[in-house]
Design a protein around this ligand. Structure first.
Ligand code: UD1
Ligand code: CA
Length: 429
């Protein structure tokens, strides 16, 4: 078995430029928190034994999110926030006596991938280095820490923009803020940091100099695709990251044989699986975790909100919203419907404007709707959950169904039609 690692995720910073009350790392892309992307990428390596999230700004909310979603992550409070080195050091006590590698990264870089982290860990383990820094090359390296090398090309130091000499500012290789430390050899550096620099902060980057000073090797691992180091500091960057993530996802789907008619207006979350020959029509928005079968037609203007599972040959048409529902083969929800917390069988036909009334706004409870194979709802039906429509049952148009309908039956609630003759003439007088 491969040696496990522990990781430190820095997430205490204020994120001032987000102009938000909310912690930066709790902002979402496709309804998933930035921090979630980072922890998932780490856990995806199968090597993380424990993740320490350093929290400060909005600490309680971040801790609640972490505790609710991750069993192998714990929060450690950094207060006050005295820099990245000081932040990482908040996990020092937890790591006492740990014999493996410690990975450090930031909670606001949702584009980092498991594949890259695996390569990074492998590069470190193959070398004799005590410290490996992930670097990237940028045409415009402004604001990043620069990777400074000696005459032999060996890593010498990381210099922050504010401390850099003019010549150093021209360096295009930057520090992405991801590090791997051979903990037994480098842990002492956490106790020997100082804040003698332009920002009077404890810089985590100083561990490079410490490593070299103690006769150990420090190296850099250059990121192939520098996009992965993209950190979110503003709402504009959040939108840019969303776009990158969606393009990555669409590229993967194209390669798997999915037809996406208009990639520009189609948004699909990375956690959506789609099977071959399914067609996604324009202006479709799919967030969260979903599974879509073969030969389905989705959209135009469809919205899947997560935890949606569609069989094969399912049709989800325009202005249809689906949430937390399972829909079996050959079922159509073709127009203007809301299906939430539901199980639809196969060969079901959901008429235009059918709504599952699944939510009690007073008790905040959600209820299930079950529609068995071959059932059909007429246009503008309301299914008041919890409710079940039996096999091959029918619902008449405009009905409000608040009781179970047995198999093969027709359910109908409808005020009798009244016809007033010559109405037009009478009204004119
Ligand atoms: C840091 C690096 C820089 C690198 C850049 C990559 C240092 C000194 N500099 O700079 O070399 O190019 O990241 O993006 O490390 N944080 C805390 N507590 C603190 C301060 C920061 O938890 O006291 C967290 C922030 O929430 C953030 C991360 O650390 O997630 C990085 O902090 P930030 O202030 O953005 O560092 P940079 O100045 O960008
Ligand atoms: Ca930053």
């Amino acid at each position: 078995m491969e040696k496990k690692i522990k990781s430190i995720i820095l997430a205490a910073g204020k994120g001032t430029r987000m102009k938000s009350e909310k912690s930066k790392v709790l902002h979402t892309i496709f309804n998933k928190e930035l921090l979630g992307y980072v922890i998932d990428a780490l856990n995806g390596t199968g090597l993380t034994e424990e993740n320490y999230v350093i929290v400060g700004h909005q600490a309680e909310a971040v801790e609640e999110y972490v505790n609710k979603n991750y069993t192998n992550a714990k929060c450690r409070l950094q207060s006050p926030q005295l820099g990245t080195g000081h932040a990482a050091a908040q996990a020092y006590d937890d790591l006492k006596g740990f014999e493996g590698d410690v990975l450090i990264l930031c909670g606001d870089t949702p584009l980092i991938t498991t594949e890259t982290l695996k390569k990074f860990i492998e590069a470190h383990r193959k070398s004799s280095a005590a410290l490996t820094v992930m670097s990237a090359i940028f045409d415009d390296p402004t604001n990043y820490g620069r990777i400074v090398r000696d005459e032999n090309g060996n890593l010498k130091a990381i210099v922050e923009e504010k401390d850099a000499l003019d010549a150093q500012k021209k360096i295009k290789e930057i520090n992405t803020g991801v590090y791997l430390l051979d903990w037994p050899r480098v842990s002492q550096s956490f106790l020997e940091m100082d804040s003698n620099n332009a920002q009077h902060e404890y810089y985590l980057t100083d561990i490079v100099k410490w490593t070299i000073k103690h006769g150990l090797k420090a190296q850099s691992f250059i990121l192939e695709n520098n996009e992965e180091s993209f950190g979110i500091n503003s709402k504009k960057q959040l939108a840019q990251a969303t776009k990158i993530l969606k393009e990555r996802t669409l590229d993967k789907l194209f390669a798997q044989g999915i037809t996406i008619i208009d990639p520009e207006t189609t948004y699909i979350s990375p956690e959506t699986e789609i099977d071959t020959d399914t067609i996604i029509y324009p202006c479709t928005y799919i967030e969260g975790k979903n599974k879509i079968g073969k030969n389905c037609k989705i959209g135009p203007f469809a919205r899947l909100r997560g935890d949606v599972e569609l069989g094969d040959y399912v049709k989800i048409g325009n202005f249809v919203e689906i949430k937390k529902s399972k829909i079996k083969d050959h079922t159509n929800v073709s127009h203007l419907s809301y299906i939430g917390d539901s199980q639809l069988g196969s060969n079901v036909n959901i008429g235009a404007g059918t709504i599952t009334a699944n939510y009690n706004h007073i008790t905040k409870e959600k209820f299930q709707t079950v529609v068995e194979d071959g059932a059909s709802t007429g246009s503008n039906s309301v299914l008041v959950a919890p409710v079940k429509l039996g096999e091959n049952s029918s619902i008449g148009a405009g009905s409000i169904i608040s009781k179970d309908i047995e198999a093969n039956a027709l359910g109908l609630t409808r005020a009798p039609l009244k016809i007033f003759k010559d109405w037009f003439e009478k009204m004119k007088k």
